[in-house]
Write a protein of this length. Structure first.
Length: 95
């Protein structure tokens, strides 16, 4: 008889996430709180300007420019685009 416990995990999400990367996203969003009001990224906006900013950061990343964390900037821009393209009230917890 096996006395080892077991927890079913088939079909469950696996949160093997780089939490430092998530923290860096939050830091970047916080850095601009003096420039933009809280939640500004959720307000309706022209997404083309966000896409262009993401492209500029990608180019700087590919060039090896390290003046800022361009990958984090890309992710922040992608988050904004995703939020608006997938509906502002998307409930991601219903995955």
């Amino acid at each position: 008889m096996d006395n080892t416990g077991y927890k079913e995990s088939d079909g469950k999400l696996i949160y093997d996430i780089d939490w430092n990367f998530i923290k860096d996203i939050a830091i970047r969003m916080s850095e601009y709180k003096s420039k933009y009001p809280k939640g500004n990224w959720k307000k309706p906006m022209e997404l083309e300007s966000i896409e262009e900013a993401m492209e500029r950061h990608f180019i700087e990343y590919k060039r090896g420019n390290t003046d800022e964390n361009h990958l984090i900037a890309i992710v922040c821009n992608a988050m904004i685009i995703n939020y608006h393209k997938n509906g502002c009230n998307t409930n991601l917890w219903k995955l």
